[in-house]
Design a protein around this ligand. Structure first.
Ligand code: AHG
Ligand code: MN
Ligand code: MN
Ligand code: MN
Length: 332
């Protein structure tokens, strides 16, 4: 896997990508350029996030997005930054964003990749200084190079992703991604404007002490989910829920644990979006030795039909996932 490169902690993202590219055919470096473009936008959003309270960028836009959510200023700002970076980088022929109704054609008709993105995840936490993130998912296009991207480019299914990852704007800003050769983590050194390799090989513990869900939805949860969570509590596990998917996911990746967003009355098909939240995080967790499920089967096997469709998401340590699914099987 990529980690056989065993590159030294502290190497820069650029150097890491160049060496990894030599080892794994990233199709002549285009994927490498894409990762650089995403990292650049991440640096810019890091700066926006870190001074949000000072630059009048907090608060809502007073308009709704296609999700029916109140768009936050930083949602829109991050959306612009990532679209611009990917357009200028030249490798992405189109982008699907949580904040855009339809796909954005970048004009890079010769670009061989498409990117689905949640430019800012955890919007409810922006104004209250709690960690937020960006989630991205990369496919090689199936439409003809030289023409515009098509719906089919984005609806290839989770296992067709060639790369996926997230940026976490937390106590430190980290870029975590996979290209199918394990999960690697970089930490941003703001004073130098560089991402440095800090976690060459991230794997999730087989089990862990944490369950993460919004218990406000308890009375909407399916019976098997309540049975599972009740056992977690009887075992005195810790309930940890930030309300930013990237932050909850990242913590559980290191402590071991399980994140649950089951169907609710408000979101009977689940709240989280398949193409730019669930699929990328499911690819990452499988690469890290964990599991991601919809409740009806592996997350990555869901056949997507719409750009902004939602699904339930259960994701985390394999032993906790097995235990949840055993409850599900016992309940039918
Ligand atoms: P986004 O801010 O990109 O719309 O995503 C919000 C998601 C996710 O970040 C978070 O885990 C979840 O919504 C929180 O939902 P609840 O507030 O319903 O718990
Ligand atoms: Mn999100
Ligand atoms: Mn978002
Ligand atoms: Mn949103």
């Amino acid at each position: 896997s990529e980690n056989t490169l065993a590159q030294p902690v502290g190497t820069t993202l650029d150097r890491y990508i160049m060496r990894a590219q030599a080892e794994f055919a990233y199709a002549t470096g285009e994927l490498s350029q894409l990762l650089r473009d995403l990292a650049l936008a991440g640096k810019i959003v890091h700066r926006d996030v870190n001074r949000a309270g000072l630059t009048g960028i907090i608060g809502s836009m007073g308009q709704q997005n296609v999700q029916g959510e109140q768009q936050q200023r930083l949602d829109v700002e991050a959306n612009i930054r990532f679209i611009r970076a990917l357009r200028n980088g030249g490798e992405a022929c189109a982008i699907l964003s949580e904040e855009e109704d339809d796909i954005i054609q970048t004009g890079n008709m010769k670009g061989r990749y498409v990117v689905a993105i949640d430019p800012l995840d955890g919007s409810s936490n922006i104004d209250v200084n709690v960690s937020i993130g960006t989630i991205f998912s990369i496919y090689r296009r199936v439409s003809a190079v030289g023409g515009p991207a098509t719906r089919a480019d984005f609806l290839q299914g989770g296992r067709a992703q060639i790369a996926a990852g997230y940026i976490l704007y937390g106590t430190s800003t980290m870029l975590v991604y996979t290209t199918g050769h394990g999960v690697v983590g970089f930490t941003y050194e703001n004073s130098l404007g560089e991402f440095f390799l800090s976690h060459p090989n991230i794997t999730i513990p087989a089990t862990g002490p944490v369950f993460s869900c919004n218990e406000g939805n308890w009375f909407d949860y399916p019976e098997y989910v309540r049975a599972f969570l009740t056992r977690c509590k009887q075992q005195r596990m810790s309930g940890r829920y930030v309300g930013s998917l990237v932050a909850d996911y990242h913590r559980n990746l290191f402590t071991g644990g399980i994140y649950l967003y089951p169907p609710t009355a408000k979101n009977p098909a689940g709240k989280l979006r398949v193409l730019y939240e669930n699929f990328p995080l499911a690819l990452l967790i499988e690469q890290a030795g964990g599991r991601a499920e919809t409740g009806q089967g592996p997350m990555l096997d869901l056949e997507p039909t719409d750009f902004h469709q939602r699904s339930p998401l259960f994701v985390g340590s394999p032993e906790l996932m097995t235990s949840l699914l055993a409850e599900s099987a016992a309940s039918v």
